[in-house]
Design a protein around this ligand. Sequence first.
Ligand SMILES: [Zn+2]
Length: 96
Amino acid sequence: MSDTEDPHEAVGAYALHALPPEEAAAFATHLAGCDACTREVADLEATVACLAEAEAVTPPDALRRRVLERIATTTQEQLLRREPSRREGPRLDLEV
Ligand SMILES: [Zn+2]
């Protein structure tokens, strides 16, 4: 962490253990005297723990079947063709 950087900005990377060792040590020193960062690290670590416990769940067959049926019968939105505006400059018609 350089002297010009705001030490508070490293809180997310610190909570994710993504800081290089020397920056983590510098942030830990900052953390010892900063209540705001201490609270934010605690909140982020709790969130990370929740995310780590999350797991993919296979949907029940009936739900999967209903979703696939709905996909097959739902009309897709049409993409609107955007006319070029004059502000975009001249249009080049190139054959591809
Ligand atoms: Zn701080």
